[in-house]
Design a protein around this ligand. Structure first.
Ligand SMILES: Cc1cc2nc3c(=O)[nH]c(=O)nc-3n(C[C@H](O)[C@H](O)[C@H](O)COP(=O)(O)O)c2cc1C
Length: 169
């Protein structure tokens, strides 16, 4: 078989549980994607975040269509990526839940572009959506990064369904 005709061969889809188990070996950081719409704050824990290009500075996020935050991003056209620091498991779990009270008791400041920023985050990036693509259950948002700040510290890590910490030798 050549690379040119590989797409002609019917393939059985992989079991979703097998995919989840194997892709879970790809360790990631953890973020909270936030946005503001009509005066209400929205936020969700997300690990499907990737740097895209340096010139211009761009990143992408993938949001399930069922995410209230994703739907708010669709309408607001902007969001912030709040990169969580080591020990912020509690914050990650809180924003992975559903509900209108996720921001209760959480330190938030509104950035220059109107996006809610989690003050305890390790880093914050303020983004404007440039393009969105629907794919399977998700919407992929491509976005230009307009502001970025970080403080010294270590990141929260996510690996095979568990929160942890990065260690370097
Ligand atoms: C570690 C972790 C990473 C997650 N990453 C994503 C993600 O990248 N995209 C997504 O749509 N949901 C992701 N989720 C699930 C959402 O956080 C969850 O569905 C949440 O309830 C959505 O809230 P919302 O409907 O208020 O936006 C993740 C959850 C966890 C715990």
């Amino acid at each position: 078989m050549t690379a040119e005709n590989a797409h002609d061969t019917p393939l059985r889809p992989l079991e979703p549980s097998a995919f989840r188990d194997v892709i879970g070996h790809f360790a990631s950081g953890v973020t909270v994607i936030t946005t503001a719409l009509d005066g209400a704050l929205h936020g969700t824990t997300a690990s499907a975040v990737s740097s895209l290009s340096l010139e211009p500075p761009m990143l992408l996020i993938a949001m399930n269509r069922s995410s209230a935050t994703g739907q708010a991003v669709l309408r607001s056209g902007a969001f912030a990526v709040n990169i969580l620091g080591e020990g912020d498991d509690e914050l990650a779990r809180r924003f992975a839940a559903k509900g209108d009270d996720k921001f209760d008791g959480v330190g938030v400041e509104i950035g220059d572009h109107g996006q809610p920023l989690l003050v305890d985050a390790l880093a914050q990036l303020v983004c404007r959506v440039t393009q969105q693509v629907e794919a399977a259950t998700h919407v992929v948002f491509f976005a230009a990064v307009h502001e970025a700040t970080a403080r010294p510290g270590a990141p929260l890590a996510y690996y095979r369904g568990k929160f942890g910490r990065l260690s370097f030798d």
